[in-house]
Design a protein. Sequence first.
Length: 91
Amino acid sequence: MKAGVVDREPSVIKDSAIENTPYYRLNLDKGNQSTDGKEVALLGNIAKPDAEKSGFQLKSFERTFQVKSILPQLKQKKIVLPPPQLVRTIL
């Protein structure tokens, strides 16, 4: 499980490095597998805490991110921010 905070909307970019092969990449540095990227950090794995128990099991993750203010950008152009409850749900 990974999470991050960036100053732009994540998007998918078609990678044309290999002809006739539809590979797509994220426009963020997310790292690879269990390594952090510059913009996305590893939170942990999503395996059940107790594999012997059946059904849903809640698993919490915690990570601290340092975020710069976007208030100067808000004054220059219109930026739509998601409601706080949506941000908590995504993270």
